[in-house]
Design a protein around this ligand. Structure first.
Ligand code: NAD
Length: 294
């Protein structure tokens, strides 16, 4: 779908202060990207270790920029101080948008979103970075579904240019326009897509992961598959990609896809990815997935 005038960035309100819920792989990346492009952001998690990891990652990325001579030390300090890590909702009354990036679980997301809706102003936009869960479905827990939109970044946030902006059944043009504008402000390329489980990119990516799991079930060596896909031209193969994404997130997202498209995406066997999950091998985030990270 083209970005039409009614939800073009020109008509969207300017986001001056953002907040992100979750300081994990995605929340931390969103905070870094927002701050480094000049939009201050509050980063909230329920675990202080997650906040430390999120800030540590931002510091590492900024230090790399300083080492390459692309950023000065004072500028680095300025960017870091515009990310405000917190365990409570203190200043949420003054934010223009809240981007939810907690675990890929519809019940948890619905609870978190409705909790935060009670703390923000009537015109604060609520966005979800969900990989797969329908925006219309999540909106059911909200009193102001017109303010709710999907804002789907890709991993790693600082490197991947695309952002899917997802319009739910009740999302207003204003919310879409402001989200498109924010994505551009953050240096990204937004596309407005319709709502369905997996939106656009994951409608393509999850069948690919399914193809990978079937090959492994048929006896293929996962490392050989990765090598072949690298030679084919992809930056990494599917097993390594699942480790980067997070096996837990991958399994939760695959379950949403299976529920949404049972005739096409519901495997009738236990996949290698699910076996990794059952064995608490979540990928790079906990040091072991298909591969081991030291
Ligand atoms: P993650 O496991 O790295 O981080 C999730 C974070 O949410 C954790 O730090 C956890 O403590 C925190 N959290 C849980 N409940 C919370 C609450 N009530 N309030 C605040 N924080 C809370 O997961 P992730 O990979 O960052 O994924 C987050 C979301 O982004 C998911 O919806 C996922 O599907 C989506 N996403 C992930 C990727 C990816 O490649 N990992 C890509 C695009 C979108």
């Amino acid at each position: 779908k083209k970005i039409t005038k009614k939800h073009s960035a020109k008509s969207g309100k300017v986001i001056k202060q953002a907040a992100v819920l979750g300081a994990g792989i995605m929340g931390g990346g969103i905070a870094y990207q927002s701050a480094s492009k000049g939009t201050p952001i509050i980063m909230k998690d329920i675990r202080s270790e997650a906040l430390d990891l999120g800030m540590g990652e931002a510091t590492k990325l900024l230090s790399n920029q300083v080492a390459k001579g692309r950023l000065t030390v004072p500028k680095m300090g300025q960017v870091l101080s515009s990310i405000r890590p917190t365990l409570n909702y203190g200043d949420f009354g003054s934010v223009d948008i809240v981007i939810e990036a907690v675990v890929e679980n519809a019940k948890v997301k619905a609870a978190v979103l409705s909790e935060v809706e009670g703390l923000v102003t009537d015109d604060t936009i609520l966005a979800s970075n969900t990989s797969t869960i329908s925006i219309t479905h999540l909106a059911k827990s909200l009193k102001r579904p017109e303010n709710f939109v999907g804002m789907h970044f890709f991993n790693p946030v600082h490197m991947m240019p695309l952002v899917e902006v997802i319009r739910g059944e009740k999302t207003s043009d204003e919310a879409v326009a402001a989200t498109v504008k924010l994505a551009q402000q953050m240096g990204k390329t937004p596309i407005v897509v319709n709502d369905c489980p997996g939106f656009l990119v994951n409608r393509v990516l999850f069948p690919y992961f399914g193809g990978f799991d079937m090959l492994v079930r048929d006896g293929a060596d996962f490392q050989a598959i990765d090598k072949v896909m690298e030679k084919f031209g992809w930056p990494m193969g599917p097993a390594y990609l699942l480790d980067v994404v997070g096996i837990d997130t991958g399994v939760h997202a695959a379950a949403v896809m299976a529920e949404g498209f049972p005739d096409r995406m519901k495997p009738d066997y236990k996949s290698a990815t699910e076996i990794m999950f059952d064995n608490s091998r979540y990928g790079q985030k906990n040091g072991k997935g298909f591969y081991v990270y030291e």
